[in-house]
Design a protein around this ligand. Sequence first.
Ligand code: ADP
Ligand code: SF4
Ligand code: MG
Length: 334
Amino acid sequence: MSDKAGTSVNGGGENVLDIKDLSISFRTARGTVRALRHVNLKVPRNKVVGIVGESGCGKSTLIWTVLQLLAPNAMVDSGEVLFEGEDLLTKPESELTNIRGQRISTIFQDPMTALNPVISIGTQMTDIQYRLKSSMAEKRKRAADMLASVGIPDPKERLNEYPHQFSGGMRQRICIAMALMMNPPLLIADEPTTALDVTLEAQIIHLMRELQRDFECSMMFVSHNLGLIAELCDEVVVMYAGEVVEQGEVRDLFHNAQHPYTQMLLECDPARIEERMRNLPTISGSVPDMIDLPPGCIFAPRCPKAYDPCLKEPPATYHAQASHGARCFLVRDA
Ligand SMILES: Nc1ncnc2c1ncn2[C@@H]1O[C@H](COP(=O)(O)OP(=O)(O)O)[C@@H](O)[C@H]1O
Ligand code: SF4
Ligand SMILES: [Mg+2]
């Protein structure tokens, strides 16, 4: 794909996104929910970073923080969210509006939330190009070319149709086309294939991988599905109860998991990774209340390997290798 619009400011060096020491809490009637604590996460240029963790671990909070669309009861306790080298947490809303949709695109589980049901696909796809100086005919041609590149037959004719005239899988393809239309440096996908059947899911993942390479964009990919993460991602971030508990390159993480939580997710059986795991395996116990945090390791109540130090203080991130870290005393004491 050579048709690249959009202006890509090459700030930020090798990382498109660099989240540093991010802590977010929500004020509630029950107390303060410390939903993200000291999160460090980088999305390198042209790489796909997968984010995995049980429900309630803070994955969506992380995404909404990057998009600066957090609920009004949210507070930033610490940190920076550097996008192309500039902190999104200090940007005025007018600039953020330009960044969202043009330079950071999103794909969500339900394509209908992204598409306007009463406006034709062609109009929606030309509207996105409002910043380009090209003629309407040129914009429609770009839109049709994008539809073709996501595998929609008769794209020129189908520009005149409305979202309900497409199947679920086709609608998600349209969302991907719209998300890539302005050649954004960063694409965020939150469970983009969860609503699709396995065959469609495989097709969409394959398509996303191809387009990501063609468009040379970076991607943050949130999923419950470890099989998809293994297939699509270059790096993996494992979240547990508001913390990054392990991160590393996909091979290291799947074949040499260091954190007991990751090990339990993988069930210590690498063969299972090859199978399609549609959902995270269930681990007994539940994610702790993030209002009352235990003094030691956040995972200790569920950890089969917990030992003395785990109950006294929280572990820092220790590195098994330079690019592979885990928040667990076992790595320090190995
Ligand atoms: N606006 C909010 N007010 C209070 N708590 C919230 C709010 N949004 C999210 N949370 C809490 O923050 C935690 C993380 O939620 P979330 O980011 O949605 O997790 P995930 O996407 O991993 O399922 C959960 O405990 C959730 O209940
Ligand atoms: S620090 Fe201790 S409790 Fe926490 S994951 Fe490691 S072994 Fe388990
Ligand atoms: Mg979520």
